[in-house]
Design a protein around this ligand. Structure first.
Ligand code: COA
Length: 511
């Protein structure tokens, strides 16, 4: 049994205790480093900062020092921020959301490979990304036999521990020991052609073990910390978020009435950000009970649903909470441990499982076009915001795939419904429902020309409606006069002119 004072029970690993600075010096220029961390949860907190200091010293001495950083998803200022600040990464994958990191990527100072979160682990097993040299993994404790108690996220840790030549462990005394037993690490994955079905038929099913395995001979350093995860703050739902949530509640009720959803709905996937959180808050005030979550990130709103009893259980790969709600979680861990399962992201985001369970996927977006193509990642087509994250894993395989956004951005100067998206993450084939505060467009079964009218009518802001309608009518007229087709009518010279106008005038509104 672990006690609060002794979290490293394996004698061999105890003997590898050292300072974060000493551990960081075991990482070398050019290494591929796999770090734990998923949406600000369960990331190493001291080694990355020590590594950033070491890199800065090397740069000051005129030496080159950059690593390739692989994680689960976004981390925090202590990791992405610290390494980006010193120019310590030559490449980063997958999802990130750090402002300094984003600025470096958009300035062309580092490479960013934005891949579906379910693909990352298998790409590493396949050898597509090269050799993983070092893993730096935060854990809550180490058992006598070397098994690891995971922290607040699982992410890609199983794969990093398995694939890396060398392992550095950060044992964080700040995580409650009562986390033990909440995780479910599935070790049955294989490379093709030896794959078998993932044996999961309901969202709460446990198919693995609560512990991460690690070959103790690979562990080159153990570092102790006592620091909290990033405080993932959510703003109180604004009017637009509340209206988006309201449209979705009406839609769910209608689908239940039509017999297309059961009364307790289907397992919910909820994306990152304030709108997703607002929708979960509305579900707490709504008529649905017996809900389940099958998601990749468990935010404040989902914890509130578990607390109220409206949600029976939630499966995730990370718990990403505000500090206030984290306190509630820590204070009642026995209650939540029975209701939350934390899995590797290759399982939380597995297309096979998502399709089998029949999820309701709800994700944010930057913009959608008249035909239902969605841009989740790029501002004005060229500047990355965060990344695709798990949205593609869920959208393509869900029972119902929903994308939501306010109808305008930047004080009304940008329309989030545009003639043609400036970057495509989710094609029209993966997008079923679009929601803005103006309304909800149900695109299921509609042909492109039917979709465009519905999206304009239901989702566009009144300031942009006439211009969108004008665009569609002229594109259709051009098609009728033989200039282009009438299946998905466009005016190719004009399709991206709204974005071009914004780039020169900081305003998309028609003049
Ligand atoms: N053009 C330019 N900027 C836009 C925009 C548009 N059409 N739409 C939104 N933005 C900007 C906002 O102004 C805001 O910028 P700011 O931070 O400088 O104010 C920012 O994008 C975030 O927008 P917000 O309305 O606050 O939405 P959000 O917090 O719900 O985030 C995404 C929206 C798309 C950025 C976010 O959902 C995301 O990263 N999605 C991709 C990953 C994903 O879906 N993961 C899901 C699985 S967990």
């Amino acid at each position: 049994m672990l006690s609060p004072v002794s979290r490293i029970l394996h004698p061999g690993l105890r003997s590898r205790l050292m300072s974060a600075d000493d551990a960081a010096r075991l990482i070398h220029h050019g290494d591929h480093v796999g770090m734990s961390g998923f949406t600000g949860a369960g990331y190493p907190k001291l080694v990355p900062q020590a590594l950033a200091r070491h890199i800065q010293q090397q740069h000051d001495a005129g030496k080159e020092f950059r690593i390739g950083l692989w994680t689960g998803a976004s981390t925090a200022p202590e990791l992405d921020g610290a390494l980006a600040k010193v120019g310590g990464m030559d490449m980063r994958l997958p999802y990130q959301s750090d402002p300094t990191c984003r600025a470096r990527i958009n300035a062309g100072e580092m490479a960013y490979t934005d891949i579906h979160l379910s693909h990352v682990a298998q790409y590493v097993w396949f050898g597509f990304l090269g050799k993983l040299n070092v893993a730096v993994i935060e854990v809550a404790g180490i058992l006598e036999d070397g098994r690891l108690i995971p922290a607040t996220s699982v992410g890609n840790n199983k794969t990093w521990l398995d694939q890396a030549d060398k392992v550095i462990l950060e044992v964080n005394h700040g995580h409650p020991l009562a986390l033990e037993g909440m995780h479910d690490i599935y070790y049955g994955t294989e490379r093709p052609p030896y794959r078998k079905p993932i044996p999961m038929t309901h969202a709460g099913e446990r198919i693995g073990t609560p512990y991460l395995h690690c070959d103790p001979t690979k562990v080159i350093a153990v570092v102790e910390t006592n620091l909290p995860d990033r405080d993932t703050k959510f703003s109180a739902p604004d009017d637009a978020s509340r209206r988006i949530a309201g449209h979705l509640m009406d839609f769910f009720q209608q689908e239940v009435k039509l017999g297309r959803l059961p009364a307790e709905l289907l397992p919910l996937q909820s994306g990152v950000g304030n709108i997703a959180n607002a929708v979960l808050e509305s579900l707490n005030d709504g008529p649905f009970t017996g809900l389940q979550g099958y998601t990749e990130v468990l935010q404040d709103g989902m914890l509130a649903l578990l607390k109220s009893g409206k949600m029976r259980m939630a499966s995730s790969t990370a718990i990403s909470l505000s500090s206030e709600v984290m306190k509630e979680f820590n204070d009642h861990l026995d209650f939540y441990r029975d209701r939350i399962v934390l899995r590797p992201q290759e399982i939380s985001n597995h297309p096979e499982v998502i399709r089998r369970l029949g999820l309701i996927a709800m994700n944010g977006m930057i913009e959608a076009d008249l035909y239902g193509n969605v841009n989740s990642t790029h501002v004005m087509g060229t500047r990355i915001m965060n990344g695709i994250g798990g949205s593609g894993d869920f959208a393509r395989n869900a029972y119902i795939s929903i994308f939501m956004t306010p109808s305008t951005a930047k004080g009304g100067s940008i329309s989030c419904i545009v003639p043609m998206v400036s970057h495509v993450d989710h094609t029209e084939h993966d997008v079923q429902i679009i929601v803005t505060e103006q309304g909800l467009a149900d695109l299921r079964g509609l042909a492109p020309r039917q979709r465009s009218r519905l999206i304009i009518e239901r989702c566009a802001h009144p300031d942009f409606k006439p211009a969108l309608l004008d665009y569609v009518e002229r594109a259709e007229a051009a098609g009728r006069s033989g200039q282009g087709g009438l299946h998905t009518p466009h005016l190719l010279q004009e399709a991206l002119s709204w974005h071009a106008r914004y780039e020169t005038t900081a305003d998309m509104r028609p003049r």
